[in-house]
Ligand binder design. Structure first.
Ligand SMILES: Nc1nc2c(ncn2[C@@H]2O[C@H](COP(=O)(O)OP(=O)(O)OP(=O)(O)O)[C@@H](O)[C@H]2O)c(=O)[nH]1
Length: 344
């Protein structure tokens, strides 16, 4: 199945929410307020090119798509709908203002609003849609950060598998040494991807494991070293110190490491993802994002808010629990899936 087909199918719940909301918005043409208020004469149905509809289309009703005047009430309802779809207040206001510009006071159809919304979303997402950059430098050190449960382990496994398929040699370091279950999970993913996973005794210093892993990666001439990290936000100071130490120690072996710091975010957390970006940016030099669990969530809109607020590259999106369920981020497809329009 094409990327768009898969995304659309899997984001069905997100798109249908916004999709249906937009349909309802246009259908909800408010009745005139007072009985003695002048009833506005219906606007002539004129095609976008200015021509009147022909007899056949008038008879078949194809020109009769519901229309609603884009007025202040419409603008407010559209803003609310976008906030509910997790675009965040600032982005929702901006997007709505852009859609209203040039259309205010006109009678619009749902299709026109959906197309305009998809175009606005794609415009915001375009600059951030960038795959993980691969450098000539070997080994390229990729530090993976994010709260527990965001999908770090799964994403590392999926990425490792894709790099392997592209002919790259990869080593994984299980840096969350405080949770035996996390280490075991990563070992399972390493096996699936066919990639060695370096571990350390439970409770040992993750920085020391990172150092050993980089030593091995350099010795073996590996292309990539991916380092998993803990995600205990409950003790922020400790986590910050832990991440800082990993970076300090890596730089003893390679002053340019880490070459990427990926923040993994869970789409189902909605607006909370914005806070996580802020927190992790204070703790680590986040260079890009991967958003997981976009399948089956109604909260995919948060990606638009993230792109608009932070402008950090979105390297990939997780659309399922299987090893192949990590896709490149395509802004046109994403906008189409979210708004229920056809991708260009
Ligand atoms: N539906 C879906 N589930 C996902 C996706 N990515 C990860 N998951 C699931 O999310 C859960 C947590 O994923 P992990 O990879 O263990 O998350 P983590 O951040 O490593 O969490 P800890 O191991 O607790 O540190 C698992 O059940 C995964 O199968 C995704 O893109 N879609």
């Amino acid at each position: 199945m094409s990327f768009f087909g898969k995304l659309k199918e899997r984001m069905f719940r997100s798109s249908s929410k916004l999709d249906e909301g937009l349909d309802a918005l246009v259908a909800a043409e408010p009745a005139p307020e007072a009985p003695d208020a002048p009833i506005p004469s219906p606007a002539p149905i004129v095609a976008p090119d200015g021509s009147k509809p022909g007899l056949l289309s008038r008879l078949t009703g194809r020109q009769d798509a519901p229309r609603r005047v884009l007025d202040d009430a419409f603008v407010e309802e559209l803003e609310d709908l976008l906030v509910q779809a997790d675009l965040g207040v600032d982005t929702a206001l901006k997007v709505t203002a852009n859609i209203a510009a040039g259309r205010f006071g006109r009678r619009v159809t749902t299709a026109e609003i959906k197309e305009a919304l998809a175009a606005e979303i794609a415009r915001i997402m375009e600059p951030v849609a960038r795959p993980l950059p691969l450098y000539a430098k070997k080994p390229q050190v990729v530090l993976v950060v994010g709260v527990n449960g965001a999908g770090k382990t799964t994403t590392i496994g999926k990425l490792a598998s894709q790099f392997r398929a592209a002919g790259k040699s990869v080593i994984i370091a299980a840096g969350d040494t405080f949770r035996a279950a996390a280490v075991e999970q990563l070992q399972v993913w390493g096996q699936r991807a066919g990639v060695p996973v370096m571990t350390a005794p439970e409770g040992s210093d993750p920085a020391s494991l990172a150092f050993d892993a980089l030593t091995r990666a350099q010795a073996e001439g590996a292309d990539l070293l991916m380092i998993d990290t803990a995600g205990r936000l409950q003790n922020r100071a400790d986590l910050m110190e832990e991440l800082a130490k990993i970076v300090r120690v890596l730089r003893k072996k390679d002053p340019s490491a880490p070459h990427n710091t990926l923040l993994v975010l869970d789409a189902t957390t909605g607006q909370n993802a914005l806070t996580q970006v802020e927190v992790f940016r204070q703790m680590a030099n986040v260079s890009g994002l991967i958003m997981t669990k976009l399948d089956g969530t109604a909260r995919g809109g948060v990606l638009v808010a993230l792109a608009d607020r932070f402008g950090l590259p979105i390297h990939a999106i997780g659309v399922g629990e299987q090893i192949e369920d990590l896709d490149a981020f395509d802004p046109q497809d994403f906008a189409a899936a979210l708004t229920g329009t056809e991708s260009r």
